[in-house]
Design a protein around this ligand. Structure first.
Ligand code: ZN
Length: 77
């Protein structure tokens, strides 16, 4: 989907709010811990309305890797 192709309808009609997400932190975000949040970048298909969200901030991903547990079914780290 980040290459602009919708995985649901196969149209090349995917748009990204990447720039908005970095400029304005009032978009969607998820809490990482008590002090940090990860901003979500949305990719929207304007043909069918399908939406995917990504964290593009590598430092936020690294923080999640260090601090979050794996899901129980996959807890073999
Ligand atoms: Zn679509």
């Amino acid at each position: 989907m980040r290459r602009g192709i919708c995985p649901k309808c196969s149209h090349a009609t995917v748009y990204s709010g990447q720039d908005l997400a970095t400029q304005a932190s009032n978009g969607s975000s998820i809490p990482i811990d008590f002090r940090h949040q990860a901003v979500l970048v949305h990719y929207v298909c304007v043909e069918c309305g399908y939406v995917e969200s990504y964290i593009s901030d590598r430092s936020a991903l690294a923080r999640i890797y260090r601090q979050w547990p794996l899901p129980l079914a996959n807890n073999k780290r």
